[in-house]
Design a protein around this ligand. Structure first.
Ligand code: NAG
Ligand code: NAG
Ligand code: NAG
Ligand code: NAG
Ligand code: NAG
Ligand code: NAG
Ligand code: NAG
Length: 205
């Protein structure tokens, strides 16, 4: 009989807890949650020059067939939202924070405005994000410091918006490989915490 090695007990407890966490995440929300989140986004679009979302994001077809959307092969939940270069104007609704399996959020080269809702990156929401590309829009307000708590975040591209305020000191909490803050109106110092981003390969200020 194996002794109760404390390390094994801790590792087992950790594995059981992670499994429970992913089960809770998978069962408390479903594809209907994702549909509501995307329809909320559609409702917040004020200009859609080619009527792409108006025509294609239809309740009668599965969201996994909507233009700009990719779903996971196994769990059939939204993993990629890429509506870059659609020419859209509008704002980002807090409901986007309910896309629990989202890995890529790419809305570059549109005319999105307004601030990033706090709920978006709040405690565990969007906790699978790898890529956030908000470049070339008219987004404003401060960068929510919660975004840097997302440990999976690899790329954050905020190029050419109107973000202001200070660069959050929490910046070194994630494993960023690419960070662009170019062409915004940030103030204050470049935090020395940037030097602790050991995986960083590209930095644009
Ligand atoms: C999603 O969950 C809600 C309640 O949590 C339920 O009413 C609905 O039928 C579920 N939808 C699917 C497609 O499983
Ligand atoms: C987002 O999720 C929360 C619970 O996590 C729920 O209360 C809310 O209604 C959801 N919003 C939508 C639009 O589904
Ligand atoms: C939406 O666009 C996708 C990709 O272009 C296409 O496969 C799908 O048939 C379109 N759906 C509708 C309802 O137009
Ligand atoms: C989003 O789509 C555009 C155009 O199809 C593509 O160039 C870009 O690489 C995509 N972005 C991401 C993050 O996948
Ligand atoms: C975000 O996470 C919080 C806490 O887990 C939850 O209450 C909320 O419903 C989630 N979704 C949104 C859209 O805020
Ligand atoms: C994206 O938009 C910016 C600003 O309008 C523009 O300078 C850039 O050329 C665009 N990128 C592409 C690939 O069209
Ligand atoms: C950066 O990392 C070094 C070495 O791990 C650590 O001593 C220091 O406290 C960190 N600094 C900040 C500002 O996080």
């Amino acid at each position: 009989m194996a002794k109760n090695n404390p390390l094994i007990v801790i590792i087992t407890a950790f594995l059981v807890l992670s499994l429970m966490f992913s089960l809770v995440k998978a069962t408390s929300t479903n594809i209907t949650t994702d549909q509501h989140a995307l329809l909320a986004l559609k409702d917040h679009i004020t200009y859609d020059p080619t009527n792409r979302l108006a025509q294609n994001w239809s309740r009668s077809s599965s969201i996994c067939n909507w233009i700009g959307i990719t779903c996971g092969v196994h769990h059939h939940r939204v993993t990629v939202l890429n509506i870059s270069y659609f020419g859209l104007a509008g704002t980002l609704p807090p409901q986007l924070g309910n896309l629990s399996f989202l890995q890529v959020l790419a809305i570059g080269n549109n005319s999105f405005s307004g601030s990033l809702p706090d709920e978006l990156f709040f405690l565990g929401n969007l906790s699978s994000l790898r890529v956030v590309d908000l470049s070339y829009n008219q987004l404003s307000g401060t960068i929510p410091s919660s975004i840097f708590q997302i440990s999976s975040l690899e790329r954050l591209d905020l190029t050419s918006n109107m973000f202001d305020g200070q660069i959050p000191l929490t910046i070194s909490k994630c494993q960023l490989q690419m960070l662009s803050l170019s062409y915004n109106i940030f103030t204050g110092h470049i935090p020395k915490e940037i030097g602790n981003l050991t995986m960083l390969k590209e930095l644009y200020l």
